[in-house]
Design a protein around this ligand. Structure first.
Ligand SMILES: [Zn+2]
Ligand SMILES: [Zn+2]
Length: 130
């Protein structure tokens, strides 16, 4: 089950809501392919066809695009290959394709407000999602 977080800026009117973590369908890779761009989908399917996926993890992470200035939730896929190599998918902005800054749940206390860029956001748990 994932967690819904509300973000609040103490300095301006910025408010946000983010679905973070993993939902119920996180074990079904195919249901999530649409979250990735075409090139990534091809790479993921290639890894699968060649039986090179040892395990994988699908999670929503808080992401920030330095180019667009947008703070959003992003579905990210981390694959551990049969060769123990790790592959990360979904870590690029869906608008401008720049590499995103991804925040783990422990790092969410240090996220700068995308509105005023002066204060760190305050996150509070607002519920769960699946
Ligand atoms: Zn962007
Ligand atoms: Zn602010």
């Amino acid at each position: 089950m994932g967690t819904v977080y509300e973000a609040d800026c103490p300095k301006c009117s910025y408010r946000g809501e983010f679905h973070i973590g993993s939902g119920l369908f996180a074990l079904q890779l195919h249901r999530h392919l649409r979250f990735f761009d075409e090139k990534e989908q091809e790479e993921i399917q290639k890894l699968e066809t060649e039986n090179r996926i040892q395990k994988f993890q699908i999670t929503n992470q808080l992401s920030f695009c330095k180019d667009c200035g947008k703070l959003r939730e992003k579905t990210v896929l981390l694959v551990t290959g049969a060769d123990q190599e790790r592959y990360l998918f979904g870590n690029h902005c869906s608008d401008c394709h720049s590499e995103l800054v991804l925040y783990g749940e422990q790092e969410m206390g240090h996220v700068l407000c995308p509105g005023c860029k002066k204060s760190e956001l305050k996150f509070s748990e607002a519920g769960h999602w699946d």
